[in-house]
Ligand binder design. Structure first.
Ligand code: BV8
Ligand code: ZN
Length: 299
């Protein structure tokens, strides 16, 4: 990442009053949570994520899909927010008018202290009935799964005390994939039959948005409102290929906001951004916050 880009980006961040931080799977990569494209490891490596993350796949083999999401959820529970998540929370603390919009289904932004990230693609921690949509308890959640927003921050102690959000710069071992302990069904092939809904008996499904499903209206509206009225958008760790989420940085640019991208690779958003910081989020974001406000990096 060259210094001139960092200086330009820091000047934009330092004078911004309404920032949108738009994040994808690359945000959690250095916490050891595989990106969406890498998410298929082990037992699921022979599948295409886009084929598995669909209602049809769940309909066809609920145990395969539920097992995959359970293994991803346990990996997130074993991960910790990284210095990039902490830097995003620092931006929110410095710029009260900022909004985090994430495509990620993990809870690492929350555990790093982000108040209310907008989850465009749902969450691994909000399972619901596939038929009557009743919120369902998490398999290892001793409560009865009451209203989703009454649950303690996930990854933290069950009594709801503040989750342990000390970020580990670079993740548990510099981004080595975390293994949440293999979720294994009776057949030992990773397939785990989903729980049944307490009300109607239908299979419980993960609380994520699958391909071919509409995004939650309120979340998409909040994201478009924020992007169309911000004075800076930071897009971090996304391949920018899944719509309509990938439209969000373009909305900000259309309304005249400068766009800064943080990603070690090229993406279609290269053509949209004003400053392109080529590098990993857990290194670039703390450097950006320090250059903007002189805030010492999270050690
Ligand atoms: C819908 C939850 C219609 C599940 C996900 C045009 C308009 C609208 C829709 C479409 C359209 N064209 C096509 C579509 C259909 C489809 C789509 O976009 N397909 C694509 C593939 C072309 N969209 C949909 O189906 C959407 N729904 O349109 O519904 C509708 C309307 C009304 C009524 C009914 C139906 C729903 C899409 C949501 C799918 N669910 N996630 C789950 O997680 O299992 S998407 C999933 O993939 C992620 O959430 C994310 O959004 C997306 C891409 O993942 P990324 O986050 O970008 O991660 P990725 O692995 O791709 O890339 C990681 C990046 O990080 C890389 O760039 C890498 O370089 C970088 N990186 C790596 N390490 C680091 C790093 N960056 C920084 N630091 C690092 N250390
Ligand atoms: Zn039900």
């Amino acid at each position: 990442m060259e210094q001139a880009g960092l200086r330009d980006a820091a000047a934009l961040v330092g004078r911004a009053r309404r920032v949108v931080v738009f994040t994808g799977a690359g945000m959690s990569a250095e916490s050891g949570v595989p990106t969406f494209r890498d998410a298929l490891t082990g037992l699921w490596r022979r599948f295409d994520p886009q084929a598995l993350a669909t209602p049809e796949a769940f309909e066809d083999d609920p145990a395969l899909v539920w097992g995959w999401y359970e293994s991803r959820r346990r990996a997130v529970l074993s991960a910790r927010p990284n210095a990039g998540h902490a830097a995003v929370a620092a931006i929110e603390a410095r710029v009260p008018g900022s909004v985090v919009v994430t495509q990620n289904v993990d809870d690492l932004h929350e555990r790093a202290g982000s108040a209310a990230p907008v989850h465009l693609h749902g969450s691994l921690f909000a399972p619901r009935c596939s038929a009557c949509a009743r919120p369902a308890p998490l398999p290892d959640d001793p409560t009865d799964g009451g209203p989703v927003d009454s649950r303690p921050l996930h990854g933290g102690p069950a009594d709801g005390s503040p989750a342990d959000s000390r970020p580990l710069p670079g993740g548990p071992a510099d981004g080595q994939p975390v293994d949440g302990g293999s979720v294994d069904g009776p057949a030992g092939d990773g397939r785990v039959p989903p729980p049944e809904c307490a009300r109607c008996g239908a299979p419980v499904r993960p609380g994520v948005v699958w391909f071919g499903e509409a995004l939650p209206e309120a979340a998409l509206e909040a994201a478009v409102d924020a992007a169309s009225s911000c004075d800076l958008l930071l897009t971090v760790g996304t391949s920018g290929v899944v719509y309509p989420a990938a439209e969000i940085p373009r909305v900000a640019a259309r309304f005249g906001a400068p766009v800064i991208q943080v990603n070690p690779q090229e993406t279609p958003l290269d053509e949209v951004c004003d400053v392109n910081l080529r590098g990993p989020a857990a290194r670039v974001l703390p450097a950006l916050v320090e250059a903007a406000w002189g805030v010492p990096r999270v050690s």
